[in-house]
Design a protein around this ligand. Structure first.
Ligand SMILES: [Zn+2]
Ligand SMILES: [Zn+2]
Length: 210
């Protein structure tokens, strides 16, 4: 089933839509990488990580995402000067999407954004279950099964989606970048080395708490 899905930050000020969502149109994965963990700790949103430090993420084409309320509250942080852009709602620290520059057209969205609107449906129903798990070597405690070396099918699916979006011109309109200039539409800050390093003890890889 294909549907339009309402997006809403935790406090409701930032609102938007994901158009044409279905399990085939997106790629849902759980990412255990230390950068995803560090980002949510930086926001004070470790509540969104699972017990092994995983982020439940749905990757979508940029052109399928738009925000219609609270755009003035959108901001991004980069963990290092070259790292990906991690967009969030400055009102309530809800993650809004992870992106590279628009020439790599994808937005990776932590599933909370799909769960706060009144019309929200369970993610398993809208997107299907996660196709796989990534970067388990950074997990807190034992890496989940299959997460250290992602399967070939998962990699083929991810690369196939990205290529398809690129070929179909699905980078534009981009929810976070201006088409004419190619520049970010909203404020971006870059963490200092000290700020980035201060997040490391909070993240994996490390043993689970006793
Ligand atoms: Zn908010
Ligand atoms: Zn990650």
């Amino acid at each position: 089933m294909i549907r339009d899905v309402e997006l809403q930050c935790r406090c409701g000020k930032v609102h938007g839509w994901l158009r044409g969502a279905s399990p085939d149109a997106v790629n849902r994965v759980v990412c255990y990488c230390d950068d995803c963990q560090a980002f949510l700790h930086h926001l004070g949103r470790a509540d969104l990580l699972d017990e092994r430090g995983g982020s439940d993420i749905v990757q979508v084409a940029p052109s399928t995402i738009s925000f219609d309320r609270g755009r003035e509250l959108i901001a991004a942080v980069r963990l290092t000067p070259k790292a990906i852009y991690r967009w969030y709602a400055s009102c309530c620290k809800a993650p809004l999407g992870n992106t590279a520059e628009p020439r790599l057209p994808f937005v990776g969205i932590v599933t909370e954004l799909f769960q706060r609107a009144p019309s929200a449906r369970p993610c398993d129903e809208v997107f299907g279950a996660p196709r796989g798990r990534l970067y388990g070597k950074f997990a807190v405690g034992e890496p989940p099964p299959g997460s250290v070396r992602p399967g070939v099918r998962l990699m083929v699916c991810m690369i196939g989606k990205l290529l398809g979006w690129k070929l179909r011109g699905a980078a534009w309109p981009h929810p976070f970048f201006d088409r004419a200039s190619g520049e970010p539409k909203y404020p971006v800050t870059v963490l200092s080395t000290a700020e980035r390093d201060a997040l490391r003890p909070l993240c994996g890889p490390r043993p689970a708490r006793a």
